[in-house]
Design a binder for this molecule. Structure first.
Ligand code: PLP
Length: 393
């Protein structure tokens, strides 16, 4: 029997106060399409994150699309081979397929569930790929020392998908500041939300310029004046034509100033959001450690989960926990997308991508609610529902 949902996996981080502020701002009849508010949001995001440039766009998936295509247009790739994670999201991999890369799937790490670095090194030796895509899984940082040391030795470009890991830290450094380009999602249920939204961040001016152009049709209007003028001079373009010259076959992945206004408000309360998520996550571990398998963060790191992910001992135990959660009105679901190598989009192209750890996450993983408005006593109630399921299993 499943009871009505009492505890949702996620709740909106845009609250009543944020909506009232938004209404007051809207009453001033501001510009709504992408403009100065978006620039302000990008600058504040870069400052918060600790990176030089950020390009706001309309989703984490669009952010991933931009990262791949900017690399392709950068002329920096020695081949089109890319290592992709087995645990992540479909749009972590989809652009590789859409842009004709050769994606090669990597096993998940037993502790962090991000890339297994031994498996990754084996793939690096065998394939010499240009690009590695790392997902920071659910706000638990990957083993960055090991990954950066492999980057140094094998010379690949690192794309860091931090879409579900905002606020997690590895040795005092924000996750999402390690990749040559990094992506973030601001969709409902993520650490913070702009309704829909995404961001790409980098310290590389050339890549930033490409990202800016590709976001909006391939034109140069969003570049700084000097870079725009250089392009205009290079192609000998007159003033009348110059705003509508397309240097790349771009997209329209723009966001709006309305989303940016919300985003600025979210950054203001981000510390509180992150603390509450961390506190709830720790409470889950305190109550359930030893009964379930959880991601183990590297030393000196900060976990900031969007949901608390856990693994049961086997499929039957997961079934029993899921049933108990249902009886107690607690929403649950599979762990992210499980193993992406077991999804039809992958199997139909490359055959089954089966790896022991990623398969275990697929078959035994599930999510427990975490959001800033979830109280510690709510976490205790949810844990009791899990324990009841464990006893019955
Ligand atoms: C790791 C990862 N990458 C990308 C995305 C896509 O983000 P969006 O829903 O904003 O498109 C998600 C969504 O949950 C994700 O978990």
């Amino acid at each position: 029997m499943t009871n009505p949902i009492r505890y949702h996996l996620a709740e909106d981080t845009i609250d009543e106060k944020d909506i009232k502020e938004l209404i007051s701002w809207l009453e001033t009849s501001p510009r709504l399409t992408m403009g100065s508010m978006t620039k302000k949001f990008e600058a504040e995001w870069s400052k918060w994150l600790g990176r030089t440039y950020s390009v706001s766009n309309n989703s984490g998936s669009s952010a991933n699309l931009l990262m791949y295509y900017a690399l392709l247009e950068s002329g920096r790739l020695r081949n089109k081979k890319v290592i992709v994670p087995s645990v992540g999201w479909v749009t972590t991999i989809a652009p590789a397929i859409q842009f004709g890369f050769e994606p090669i799937m990597c096993e998940a790490d037993k502790e962090t569930f991000a890339l297994d670095t031994d498996y990754l090194e084996m793939l690096l030796k065998k394939h010499d790929p240009s690009v590695v895509v790392l997902v920071q899984v659910l706000g638990v940082p990957a083993k960055m020392d090991e990954i950066l040391s492999l980057k140094e030795r094998y010379g690949f470009i690192l794309l860091e998908d931090a879409c579900a890991a905002i606020g997690a830290k590895y040795r005092e450094r924000n996750v999402g500041s390690f990749g040559d380009i990094s992506s973030f999602s601001f969709y409902f249920g993520h650490q913070m939300s702009t309704i829909e939204g995404g961001m790409v961040s980098t310290d590389d001016k050339e890549l930033n310029d490409l990202l800016l152009m590709l976001r909006s049709h391939g034109w140069s209007k969003d570049l700084d004046r000097e870079t725009h003028s250089k392009l205009v001079a290079k192609y000998d373009i007159d003033d009348f034509h110059s705003p509508f010259v397309f240097y790349y076959p771009g997209f329209n992945l723009r966001t709006t100033d309305l989303n940016a206004k919300i985003g600025i408000g979210q950054i203001k309360k981000l510390n509180w959001i992150l603390e509450r998520r961390e506190e709830n996550h720790k409470r889950y571990l305190r109550n359930l450690e030893g009964r379930l398998q959880f991601q183990i963060p590297p030393e000196d790191s900060r976990v900031c989960s969007i949901h608390c992910g856990a693994l049961a001992k086997d499929v039957d135990e997961r079934k029993s926990i899921v049933e108990s959660l249902g009886r107690h009105g607690v929403e649950t679901r599979i762990f992210s997308a499980g193993n992406l190598g077991l999804h039809p989009f992958w199997i139909s192209r490359y055959g089954i991508g089966s790896f022991p750890m990623a398969d275990r996450i697929h078959h035994c993983g599930f999510f427990l609610p975490n959001h800033p408005s979830l109280k510690l006593e709510d976490v205790d109630y949810i844990c009791n529902a899990v324990i009841e399921g464990l006893k019955k299993g």
